[in-house]
Ligand binder design. Sequence first.
Ligand code: HEC
Ligand code: HEC
Length: 268
Amino acid sequence: MRKLNVVFGVVAATGAAGWLMTLFLAMYWMPRPAKGPVTGQVPVATFAPPTPQSAPPDIRDAVMLGYNIMKHTDKYAPKYVGNKLSCTNCHFDGGLSMRSISLVGVAASYPKFRTRTNYATDLVSRTNECFERSMNGHALPVDSHEMQALMTYFAWISKDIPIYSKMPWLGQKKIKSGHTPDAVAGETVYLGRCAACHGGDGQGTGQGPAVWGAQSYNDGAGMAKVDNLASFVRGNMPWLTANLSDEQSLDVAAYVEAQPRPHFQKKR
Ligand code: HEC
Ligand code: HEC
């Protein structure tokens, strides 16, 4: 209303020449389209992965091989594995679980910026990081059946998720605690809450995989960082009954990471 009054005032005061001015003023006040791309809200994706078995016939073999590599890595990709772990030991249910480092939607969230390389990284390279570090093994050739199968599997379980949408279930929830991890207190937690399945010597039992030593992830793995292991334990361990506090999780993580494990070296 005030703008209109100003326009009328200007017209009355300046007569005919005022009409020209009015035109300019009107143009000045007109809403204009924003310049450049409109940065709207990033859509939040829905978690509803299809089963591997329901993949269309032409890609089903690849999807199933990818799923099987996730579940039994040493059986389906033996050349590339250097320990007794399988991907599913950390990415539960072959990455289909919403918890424990889900991989649902990864095909729609890569290439992605990684601080490790300080650059964008594609999903093949990221997957090979887990082969070389978490699995203490070798990188897969991009054109190998195994890598192509994993990429097909990741694409299938990312079906219908918009590329670069927000996937709140991806990544690990960081522990927000100022507590300084205490490996001595962590040993008590380990013996009471972990050893029954992972062994007093950390080498694993029939009930759980190795958490240190020759058959475990190497010191270059994401899981080899106290923060990451503590987040994983906080959310997922003890298996099926995870209920440790932030402090206990940090302590037990410090204890586990203080034990010997293979040293990361790039293998060709
Ligand atoms: C010892 C545990 C462990 C094992 C075994 C493991 N990973 Fe991982 N993986 C991780 C951790 C930790 C991350 C990083 C999670 C994060 O970003 O918070 C990760 C991340 C990933 C990512 C990227 C996920 C994302 O959201 O960016 C992919 C893909 C992946 N792993 C694939 C594999 C494959 C394939 C295997 C088996 C060959 C495997 N991993 C085995 C621990 C493991
Ligand atoms: C009841 C048995 C059980 C208990 C107790 C248990 N775990 Fe586990 N843990 C498992 C199983 C089983 C897996 C693999 C899950 C899968 O493959 O789906 C696992 C996976 C892991 C992994 C990732 C794979 C690896 O070996 O690196 C870590 C790390 C781990 N547990 C640490 C712990 C810690 C620390 C505790 C004690 C706070 C603990 N677990 C207690 C059974 C157990």
